[in-house]
Design a protein. Structure first.
Length: 367
């Protein structure tokens, strides 16, 4: 066999602000790495074991149990781990839940994509939209009609940096895309019929999608549903109807264990709010930077979006380069917004926020 040469490289400390896939806890990374070499003392890598093995079934069972424990999910709900990302859920939700008409809140690109898919299965009532101001606010005082099959909203908008952090009070079945803020705050699951999300922000590497579904909310549409796209298939088979994304599910379990070690969701929320306040305070107190979301109530604590004030606009690329030299990674804003975006997911330490703030202040002092 050929010899593989390895060498030790000295890397600058990196501060990972990528919006997704995003930062994982060191605990998750290290435990996953161990399993890649030797999973459950089997002498095999988790990359090569059967999903039908008793060892992986134990992983699946523990992941579901801990998911329910941390989010305080009541009886009568199933937790599923599927493929296809939230993008597939945009179609699966109406396919399984929409009989005649659904209500949607339009707060960004991902909400609009969900709306597009829902229109294939029935009428869609867009109860409110913030598109008129490039999605820089959360609409208020909208009315959800009583005759809709469900109301769907996107809780956090990664591109624009807005977030709806309170469970809406509506008189219809409630469904949410919580891809980018799940596990960042307590959620009253009993108010929802279905919650879904891609796991690659606050839970696991890309490749697995979580679904929390109220069991008695299923089976009420008349259309035939392909077996693979029917939630009941996956409820019945415990997410094992087909081969599940084994490695991301194992990593998700490690993240859930880490969250439990931290003290649970309420403790995590305190840490997330502290990180967001630190960065927003620095932005609001700056002569150079300005937040893209003016209303503090609407600001995301997961994705902080900001730009240069008009008189400093030409310095944006220079700041990106400066911050990169200081170890910041992934702070360039989405093309629809421009400027900068710092994603402050659960695994990001306060140390990284402080480093970004220090870089901002140093850059500002030079100009």
């Amino acid at each position: 066999m050929p010899r593989i040469r390895t060498k030790t490289l000295d890397f600058m400390k990196k501060h990972n602000f990528y919006a997704g896939p995003s930062i994982m806890s060191q605990f998750t990374i290290e435990e996953t790495a161990k399993a890649v070499h030797n999973f459950a003392d089997m002498g095999l890598s988790i990359l090569e074991i059967s999903h039908r093995s008793k060892q992986f079934q134990a992983v699946m069972d523990e992941t579901v149990a801990l998911f329910k424990e941390l989010l305080e999910i009541p009886e009568g709900y199933s937790v599923l781990f599927l493929g296809g990302g939230a993008s597939l859920q945009f179609a699966m939700v109406p396919m399984n839940m929409l009989s005649k008409k659904a209500a949607y809140l339009d707060t960004g690109v991902w909400a609009s994509k969900a709306i597009k898919e829902a229109k294939l299965f029935g009428d869609v009532d867009i109860v409110a939209s913030s598109k008129d101001k490039n999605y820089t606010y959360i609409p208020k005082d909208f009315v959800v009609p009583a005759d809709v099959d469900y109301f769907h909203y996107t809780s956090n908008n990664t591109i624009y940096g807005t977030e709806l952090r309170k469970d809406p009070e509506v008189g219809a079945r409630l469904i949410a895309d919580m891809s980018s803020d799940i596990f960042s705050r307590p959620v009253d699951i009993s108010k929802y019929d279905l919650i879904y999300g891609g796991a690659q922000k606050n839970l696991a590497p890309s490749g697995v999608t979580f679904v929390i579904v109220k069991d008695d909310a299923l089976g009420h549409v008349d259309r035939p549903i392909p077996t693979m796209l029917d939630y009941r298939t996956h409820v019945k088979k415990g997410s094992m109807f087909n081969t599940p994304p084994v490695l991301p599910i194992f990593s998700a379990l490690q993240t859930l264990k880490y969250y439990k070690q931290l003290g649970g969701i309420r403790e995590i929320e305190k840490m997330d709010i502290a990180k967001a306040e630190t960065l927003y305070n620095a932005i609001d107190g700056s002569k150079m930077f300005v937040a893209t979301v003016p209303n503090h109530e609407d600001r995301s604590i997961m994705n902080v979006c900001f730009v240069m004030k008009p008189e400093y606009k030409e310095l944006e690329k220079e700041f990106i380069d400066f911050a990169t030299e200081k170890g910041m990674v992934g702070i360039k804003g989405h093309r629809d917004v421009g400027g900068f975006r710092a994603s402050l997911y659960n695994a990001l330490p306060m140390e990284s926020v402080n480093a970004l703030v220090a870089a901002m202040k140093e850059f500002e002092a030079k100009h």
